[in-house]
Write a protein that binds this ligand. Structure first.
Ligand SMILES: Cc1cc2nc3c(=O)[nH]c(=O)nc-3n(C[C@H](O)[C@H](O)[C@H](O)COP(=O)(O)O)c2cc1C
Length: 346
């Protein structure tokens, strides 16, 4: 009875709060903005102001209420980077006042004419040149489902300098999904090499922000700086290099091997392969393929197949062993001789 009454009161209160909002529920911005303008000014004073390039990576951010600024601190704990804060030329505007009226009209103008420079609010001059960096990480709030107008202004101006560069995207919203922000980023950074995992921080996961950023940063860096393109296979003290394909399975295998080598048992099957359980699953993306001798294949998500013959099946290729002759490969894999111990390492 008391529980039913409590639920009814909460439901009524929630309905009341949303009825006071002008925006649709799925786009409702944070109803309370942190009172952090002085705190922001203090944090701004810590930001680098010189225009020298110290790193290969540039983190570019805009933050109205401090959430993205806080995300940038987490990023800096994990990635060596220079930082550029984008600031509107018009100081002191309250984009959230009057049910987000200013923010709403800025976004509406860009949506109406995205190719017209006049649609974008003016920003202060920037003291970093994106062209000097290999990697750009954009940290931006979401406004009305789109990228915050101030960040869009920066990218409209500078995005073309990011062609061919590795680009990461981190978006902070109250609750709205970020697909339109991703679309904005791709429109404004033509030719950017986008990291496929975007990080979305929102009010439900903000308390785990540090851990989320840490995990995202590890994936982002694995994918860029540290992903080796070979691993090693060792059988009975002899080793062959494996040239890796570029896919999630290979990435996950490298990540596992960076912690420790993996040894597993493999046995002959079908007169064309040595197959064995890896002891863990890797992300499969199976397609029908005809394998060749030397192929290193993920089968069923958790088994590794080393081919000394061919077979047609739905597999995910991880890479290919480098060998000189088929006889050498067969001897290395002890083809037809039963169980062997295989060690994979970096
Ligand atoms: C003008 C404006 C519009 C916003 N629109 C949305 C929205 O449509 N959906 C949403 O979930 N959050 C919305 N928000 C909330 C922000 O995305 C969210 O609070 C974000 O974390 C702010 O980042 P910041 O503190 O770095 O400025 C809006 C905020 C503003 C100021």
């Amino acid at each position: 009875m008391i529980r039913t009454l409590a639920i009814s009161i909460i439901t009524l209160l929630t309905a009341f709060v949303y009825s006071c909002e002008k925006v649709p529920a799925e786009e409702s911005p944070a109803t309370t903005l942190p009172d952090s303008h002085q705190e922001e000014q203090d944090k701004n004073d810590e930001d680098p102001v010189d225009s020298g390039v110290n790193s290969k990576t540039l983190v570019v951010y805009y933050s109205f209420t401090g959430n993205c600024k806080s995300i940038v601190k987490s990023v800096k704990d994990n990635i060596e980077a220079d930082v550029l804060e984008i600031q509107p030329a018009d100081e002191g505007l309250d984009y959230a006042a009057d049910n987000y009226a200013i923010g709403s009209s800025l976004i509406a103008a860009i949506r109406e004419k995205p190719d017209d420079a006049a649609s974008y609010p003016a920003i202060k001059p920037v003291n970093r040149n994106a062209a000097d960096y290999d990697t750009i990480i954009i940290v931006t709030p979401l406004w009305w489902s789109n990228m915050a107008a101030i960040m869009q202004s920066y990218l409209f101006q500078e995005g073309s300098k990011m062609k061919g560069k590795k680009v990461g995207l981190i978006v902070s919203s109250y609750s709205s999904g970020i697909s339109s922000v991703v679309a904005d980023a791709r429109r404004l950074i033509p030719g950017g090499e986008f990291h496929e995992d975007n990080l979305w921080v929102n009010n439900s996961n903000r308390s785990q922000q540090d851990a989320l950023v840490k995990e995202w940063a590890a994936g982002f860096q694995n994918n860029t700086d540290t992903m080796p393109n070979t691993i090693k296979i060792t059988v009975s003290g002899k080793s062959l290099p494996v040239v890796l394909d570029k896919n999630k399975a290979a990435e996950a295998l490298v990540a596992a091997l960076s912690e420790a080598p993996i040894t597993y048992e493999a046995d002959d099957y079908g007169g064309f392969e040595k197959v064995g359980a890896l002891g863990r699953s890797l992300p499969a993306n199976d397609t029908q393929i005809t394998t060749q001798a030397g192929d290193v294949i993920l089968y069923s998500g958790n088994q590794i197949v080393l081919f000394y013959g061919t077979n047609s099946w739905s597999y995910t290729r991880i890479g290919k062993m480098e060998y000189s002759t088929l006889d050498e490969l067969k001897s290395f894999l002890k083809a037809g001789q039963g169980i062997i111990n295989v060690t994979l390492s970096l």
